[in-house]
Ligand binder design. Structure first.
Ligand SMILES: [Zn+2]
Length: 88
């Protein structure tokens, strides 16, 4: 497997992603990916990408004015922390 951008070598890594919903933000940590050793581009498996969307979809209905930090898991919704949104 090679990087789509520069054809560099990919190695297993993890990244964080977040979804800003306006009234709340969902952070997902520890998402497995393949990271390019040359340009830093991250490539995700389709099932991982689908799972991240599923986690965010599940959580966004239960959040209001809060920040949720979630540890990626293929099997469960693993919220590690809820924070109140700080008023500007
Ligand atoms: Zn690359």
């Amino acid at each position: 497997m090679k990087c789509y951008s520069c054809r560099g070598k990919l190695e297993a890594s993890t990244v964080s992603d977040f979804n800003d919903l306006g009234t709340s933000i969902i952070f997902v940590r520890g998402i497995p990916c393949h990271k390019c050793t040359q340009c830093g581009e991250s490539v995700f498996d389709l099932k991982v990408e689908t799972r991240v969307e599923e986690i965010m979809d599940t959580l966004k209905n239960s959040l209001a004015g809060e920040i949720a930090v979630v540890q990626y898991s293929p099997f469960e919704i693993n919220v590690v922390k809820y924070s109140k949104m700080v008023a500007a």
